[in-house]
Design a protein around this ligand. Sequence first.
Ligand code: 5GP
Length: 193
Amino acid sequence: MQLLKDRIRRDGVIKPGNVLKVDSFLNHQMDIGLLNEIGKEFKRRFADLNITKIVTVEASGIGIACIAAQYFDVPVIFAKKTQSVNIDGDVYSAQIESFTHKRNYDVIVSKKFLNAQDNVLLIDDFLANGCALLGLIEIVASSGANVAGIGIVVEKGFQSGGEVIREMGLRLESLAVVERMDAETGEIFFRGE
Ligand code: 5GP
């Protein structure tokens, strides 16, 4: 998606540890015009799927998922991060290791909101090592629902997540795939350019 790549080149900041900061337009301050275009693009790419729900993880996936959901006309469910173990058995849960914060946390989704009839689109802002997505996939699988597609805004192609997810046979669409980024020069290279 050219508009997105141009914006990443213009306003993205490369941080040590292979972290790309896009907090001036995507996941802290949010450019709603751009998010609208991202939502439309996800709809265009997944138009053939009969999506019934969009699932994401808090916090930075929520805004993107909500705007995309208006084009699919479906509810959004965000997996909640939690410290406490749920013993009632009324939630699906998975453990996720945070790439940016380097720690583990549990995410939960209430069993009320996902069931075996659902055809789910997973959405997130970044794909790095794939841990967040694997957690969401585990939650959807526990509910018996189908992961029909996965929409990612920025995939870091030099990390393993994209390969792992595609090897599982899942339909993954990333709107921008960063192949390499140079913290010293500030250069960003995208797949397919
Ligand atoms: P993964 O679980 O695929 O290793 O990492 C994905 C999660 O970590 C995303 O939900 C995102 O919030 C965060 N993340 C990973 N890499 C980056 C990055 O380069 N920049 C930002 N802003 N977030 C990242």
